[in-house]
Design a protein around this ligand. Structure first.
Ligand SMILES: [Zn+2]
Length: 51
């Protein structure tokens, strides 16, 4: 039973067989959700440091 009609795709992320891991829509969605926000250069104190 080696019917290679469709490419053997098996997403290791969500287990879908209609797409690869790279094309996983869920993975992309999660990636956007967990996208690191650009850090703004601000002091840890939050106030303007004066000497
Ligand atoms: Zn997937």
């Amino acid at each position: 039973m080696l019917h290679s009609d469709n490419p053997a795709k098996c997403c290791s992320y969500c287990g879908g067989r209609d797409h690869d891991y790279e094309d996983c829509p869920k993975r992309k969605a999660d990636a956007e959700k967990q996208a690191p926000k650009p850090r703004e250069p601000q002091p840890a104190d939050g106030r303007s440091s004066r000497n």
